[in-house]
Design a protein around this ligand. Structure first.
Ligand SMILES: Cc1ncc(C[n+]2csc(CCOP(=O)(O)OP(=O)(O)O)c2C)c(N)n1
Ligand SMILES: [Mg+2]
Length: 337
C-alpha cells in the first residue's frame, strides 16, 4: 500500500511539472504537452490504495475526474495511461480520452469527467457478475459532491434491491470545486445515505490507510460473499486546488493548512517504522516508485502523436452485422427488440 501511495504522489508531482510546461506566464490551459484540465489527488491516496488492494483484475472499478491514484492502485498500465494523458497514439484510448477518460479493459477500469457517472456502470458490472455466477465485485468511486446526484441514489437502490456485489466509495474531501459540502448536503456523514436504501453504510474518519484497508476488506468481502452492497465514505484531504491553475481564492488558509498537516503517506510511513520497517526498505520502496514513474513519463513523451485524421476514428461503434445505411435495423424501426 505504501509503495502504491508513494507512486501515486510522485507520479502526480511529475505530472504537475510537465503540465506547466508552455502554460506560463498567463495560464493557457490549451498549451503544453498536457493540454486541458488536470485534477490531482494529493491527499486521496489512501482511498485508492486501501480499497484496491482487496481487488482482483476481474473486479471492475469506475472512478471520477480525479482518477490517477485509483487507476494506479487498480493496476492500470502506467505507461499507456501516461501516454493517454499526453495525448499520444499509444495511450489507452489512442490519446483521445485524456486524463479524465482512462479506460483499461485488461483490469476493468474506467473513469469519467461526469460526476456520479460511474455508479450505474458499476451496478451493471455487479449485475453481470451475479448473473454469470462469478464472485467478482464492482467498485464505484465518487466525490462527496456527487452524493446528491440522481445517478448515485438510483444506483444505491438498484444495488440494494438486487443484492448486488457493489461497493460505493465516497472520497469526502469536504469540497466540490469551490463549494463546501455543508452548503449543499444536509448530512455530515455521507454514509447515512445508505440507511434510506437498506444497505450497509460505513465511514472511515481517520486519515489512516490501514483503517481504510480494514473497512474496505469488510465491504469487498461482503460483496464477494454474496451479501450485498456497501456504501463506504472515506475522509480524505484535498492538498491542492480543484484543478491545476485553481487559485483557491475561496478557500480559507486554515483549511488548506489543516489538509497539509494530515498526510496519510507520512502517517503510514511512521506506522511502518513503528513496526520495525527500516530506512533501507522505505528508501527501496520510494526509489522503485520513482523509477517506475520516470520510466512511464519518458516512454510516454517518446510516443508519436496521433494523425489528425485519426480524430474521425472510434467516434461511433461499428454497426452490428445486418445493419446498413439502406436497411434500418429493427431497433431503429421500433421492431420487436
Ligand atoms: C454532472 C456534472 N455536473 C457538474 C460537473 C462539473 N464538476 C466537475 S468536478 C465537480 C465537483 C466534484 O466534487 P466532488 O464530487 O466532491 O469531487 P472532488 O473534485 O472534490 O474530488 C463538478 C461540479 C460535472 N463534471 N458533471
Ligand atoms: Mg469533493
Amino acid at each position: 500500500m505504501y509503495e502504491n501511495m508513494v507512486t501515486a504522489r510522485q507520479y502526480e508531482e511529475r505530472l504537475q511539472e510537465e503540465y506547466m510546461v508552455g502554460k506560463q506566464p498567463a495560464f493557457d490551459i490549451s498549451a503544453g504537452p498536457i493540454p486541458g484540465e488536470l485534477h490531482l489527488a494529493a491527499g486521496h491516496e489512501a482511498a485508492g490504495a486501501g480499497v484496491c488492494q482487496h481487488l482482483r483484475d476481474d473486479d471492475t472499478v469506475t472512478a471520477p475526474h480525479r482518477p490517477h491514484h485509483i487507476a494506479i492502485a487498480k493496476g492500470v498500465d502506467l505507461k499507456r495511461m501516461t501516454a493517454e494523458i499526453f495525448g499520444r497514439e499509444s495511450g489507452l484510448s489512442g490519446g483521445k480520452g485524456g486524463h479524465m477518460h482512462l479506460f483499461d479493459p485488461d483490469v476493468n477500469f474506467a473513469c469519467s469527467g461526469i460526476i456520479a457517472e460511474g455508479c450505474p456502470p458499476a451496478v451493471g458490472a455487479g449485475l453481470a457478475a451475479k448473473k454469470r455466477n462469478t464472485d467478482s465485485v464492482a467498485v464505484a468511486f465518487l466525490g462527496e459532491g456527487a452524493i446528491d446526484q440522481g445517478a448515485f441514489l438510483e444506483s444505491l437502490n438498484l444495488a440494494s434491491v438486487q443484492n448486488l456485489p457493489v461497493v460505493f466509495v465516497v472520497e469526502d474531501n469536504d469540497w466540490a470545486i469551490s463549494m463546501p459540502k455543508e452548503r449543499v448536503t444536509d448530512v455530515e456523514n455521507g454514509a447515512q445515505r445508505a440507511d434510506g436504501f437498506g444497505l450497509q453504510g460505513m465511514r472511515v474518519d481517520a486519515d489512516d490507510a490501514v483503517a481504510v484497508s480494514d473497512a474496505a476488506r469488510e465491504a469487498v468481502g461482503r460483496a464477494r460473499d454474496g451479501n450485498g452492497p456497501t456504501l463506504l465514505e472515506i475522509q480524505v484531504h484535498r492538498r491542492m486546488g480543484h484543478f491545476m491553475g485553481d487559485p483557491e481564492a475561496y478557500r480559507p488558509d486554515e483549511d488548506k493548512a489543516a489538509a497539509e498537516q494530515r498526510d496519510s503517506i507520512e502517517r503510514l510511513e511512521a506506522d511502518l517504522r513503528a513496526h520495525g520497517v527500516d530506512d533501507e526498505t522505505i528508501d527501496d520502496l520510494r526509489s522503485r516508485a520513482h523509477d517506475r514513474v520516470e520510466e512511464a513519463i519518458e516512454w510516454a513523451k517518446d510516443q508519436p502523436e496521433p494523425e489528425p485524421e485519426d480524430a474521425y476514428e472510434d467516434v461511433f461503434v461499428n454497426p452490428p452485422s445486418g445493419v446498413t445505411d439502406s436497411e434500418p435495423s429493427t431497433a431503429e424501426t421500433g421492431g420487436d427488440d
